[in-house]
Ligand binder design. Sequence first.
Ligand code: F3S
Length: 289
Amino acid sequence: MQVILAKTAGFCFGVRKAVEQVYEQIENREKDGKELPIYTYGPIIHNEEVVRDLEQRGVQVLNTKEELAALEKGIVIIRAHGVGREIYDLLDREGITVVDATCPFVKKIHRLVREQEALGRHIMITGNKNHPEVEAIRSCCQKEAIILETAAEAENFTLDSSIPVSIVSQTTFNYNKFEELVEIISKKGYDIIVLNTICNATQERQKEAAEIAREADAMIVIGGRHSSNTQKLYEICKKECKNTYYIQTLVDLDLDVLKSMGSVGITAGASTPNNIIEEVHTNVRRDEF
Ligand code: F3S
């Protein structure tokens, strides 16, 4: 049996790096023997198992600015979405060490909006105004950025049409929606620069899964039952390969079913931790030759 593990299975690059940085901090603390508390501002990833594991290793999740403000000492890890200026300011004091795990693609947006504003352009962000990533991008702007999520909002916003506009997007915004909003804004006669900052980690994961499923005799999709991106991966794979199995962990997998298969593909949703993927991979490979 040939086993093909998708390169894009599981965490995207930014989230993987952020999670790794938390574990690194735990290791450093153990080496140093210092008892500095470690915190993440918000859960580092939307995966209960990972958050629980971190909690057991002494990493606490802080959810509010008030909790941050009350800290006297410790290491605070900023997650991949990034945070606004206000949070950096709040953490800039004695006793607090900041580990910035903001995804480099998100950091790039922060840099872009500052550069564009310095050129005298007004910033427009396509995305969900309540999402922490969008809040952080907004806080990098000197002037109040315009945030658009729907076609109606793009039709209705008001800004002097002589002001040049630069458009960026939340990294996980839907590309078709982004195009639709950009088209509406261009029709309104603005001088616009479009900076497509959508991250293609999700599309790449889906594309690779479809390619593997097309070739494989069986396909395994690993992820939480309620994870919508895993459900989507499953649908994509099922379309290409009728023997597609949706599992949460190795326990759900009937290894006997795979014995007659010539090739088996494995992929996983964005919040599936590496150890679960590895466990499945190792066990399926026992029958590989
Ligand atoms: Fe992930 Fe960074 Fe893209 S967090 S989805 S790699 S923007």
